[in-house]
Write a protein that binds this ligand. Structure first.
Ligand code: CP
Length: 314
């Protein structure tokens, strides 16, 4: 079975092929009749241990548009509450013979662990602060459609880099496709070793936004911070929140992204989130298409070598 565990390990050709496939899925999703028979008879289980609006619903719609039977495991009312472990839950669901297991979990490496224990394809829908590969793919598709290319663009990823699996997956993908990647954050929200990841590091928005083609804002993940380290919202917005004045520092044709969920007035002003330069709703639409492309690729009968991983550690 083939798995998508991360962007790390995908070649530029793998990525471009998935994006091409996703472009075709956008066209299908814009038709009145959205259902295809590609995954007819296949079973997809979504197993989300962390909250999600965009990722879970788009994986569900993607599966349904491909004709699969989709089951959303309700973790909150499952035997997890009685102490059943992640592995026992996964092995139990695996016995029901799904073809795809989509997993989101707070522990880095959770998806890779499951991939070793189950006999179906595993897709990582976010594992701790490690990777969120389908988010990076949908971001890339959004950029490629808006700008016509990814190579040669300057992308500034701003905010809570420390806790962000979205940042990590995007840094790997954008570098693979030849973009110049910057991170802009207070030093307390930068992970150690960030300078080894092929990015230019800035601690001031005034510098990091200069000449940027794309500004990608990240949510301040206050729930993952210890009490004393949570920055004051007013101070954070003043220094790192994206408003019209800061956005002027970037290129005139800059476009703005945010993976969601947004904290309006914390990392981004409403006038920018809802403004003409915002790609946020396009990102959501591309989310369904990219997940259709990934699941199609994983179950493609022409390429299903046993144990093969199309991205991430095997
Ligand atoms: N971007 C993203 O992963 O959103 P959700 O947490 O709502 O799925």
């Amino acid at each position: 079975h083939r798995h998508l565990l991360g962007i790390k390990g995908l070649s530029p050709l793998d990525i471009e092929t998935l994006l091409d496939r996703a472009d075709a899925a956008v066209a299908i999703s814009r038709q009145k009749e959205k259902k295809t028979a590609t995954l007819r008879g296949r079973t997809q289980i979504n197993l989300f241990y962390e909250a999600s609006t965009r990722t879970q619903s788009s994986f569900e719609l993607a599966g349904k548009r491909l004709g699969a039977d989709v089951m959303n495991m309700s973790v909150a009312s499952s035997s997890t509450k009685k102490g059943e472990t992640l592995l026992d839950t996964a092995i139990t669901l695996n016995a029901m013979r799904p073809d795809i297991l989509v997993i989101r979990h707070s522990a880095a490496g959770a998806a890779a662990l499951l991939a070793q224990k189950v006999s179906c394809s595993v897709v990582n829908a976010g594992d701790g602060a490690h990777e969120h590969p389908t988010q990076a793919l949908l971001d890339a598709l959004t950029i490629r459609r808006a700008k016509g290319r990814i190579g040669g663009l300057t992308v500034a990823i701003c905010g809570d880099i420390l806790h962000s699996r979205v940042a990590r997956s995007n840094i790997v993908l954008l570098n693979a496709l030849g973009a110049s990647v910057r991170v802009v954050a207070p030093s307390t929200l930068l992970p150690s070793g960030i300078d080894q990841m092929g990015v230019e590091v800035f601690t001031r928005m005034e510098e990091g936004l200069k000449g940027a083609d794309i500004v990608m804002m990240l949510r301040l993940q206050r729930e993952r911070m210890a009490g004393s380290l949570v920055p004051s919202v007013r101070e954070y917005f003043r220094l790192y929140g994206l408003d019209a004045e800061k956005l002027k520092i970037a290129r005139d044709d800059v476009l703005v992204m945010h993976p969601g969920p947004m904290n309006r007035g914390v990392e981004i002003a409403s006038e920018i989130a809802d403004g003409p330069q915002s790609l946020i709703q396009e990102q959501v639409e591309m989310g369904v298409a990219v997940r259709m492309a990934v699941m199609e690729a994983l179950l493609d009968p022409r390429r299903n070598a046993e144990g093969e991983t199309i991205g991430g550690e095997p």
